[in-house]
Design a protein around this ligand. Structure first.
Ligand SMILES: [Zn+2]
Length: 84
């Protein structure tokens, strides 16, 4: 078991880094060390939970600090939409 129940949904890392957007991604498959996800924009990626262990808090909704950081850039979107 990789990320466990708190890692069932996460914020898409690709959307975050490429577009400063927070998009919900759902787990497709749970591995020994790495879980695989697909976001609502169609990105597929893996998260290796082996380093820090399974998260103790649910990874969705995203942390307030993360939301505020993206909001401050004026490019916030909650759910796969676009912000002008
Ligand atoms: Zn994405």
């Amino acid at each position: 078991m990789a990320g466990g129940p708190n890692a069932e949904h996460v914020a898409c890392t690709t959307c975050m880094w490429e577009a400063s957007q927070i998009t919900k991604a759902a787990r497709l498959a749970e591995g020994i060390e790495t879980d695989f996800y697909r976001c609502e924009q169609g990105h597929e990626f893996g998260i290796d939970w082996d380093h820090g262990g399974p998260p103790k808090e649910p990874q969705w909704p995203p942390a307030t600090e993360l939301v505020e950081a993206l909001k401050s850039q004026g490019r916030w979107t909650q759910n796969a939409g676009t912000v002008r």
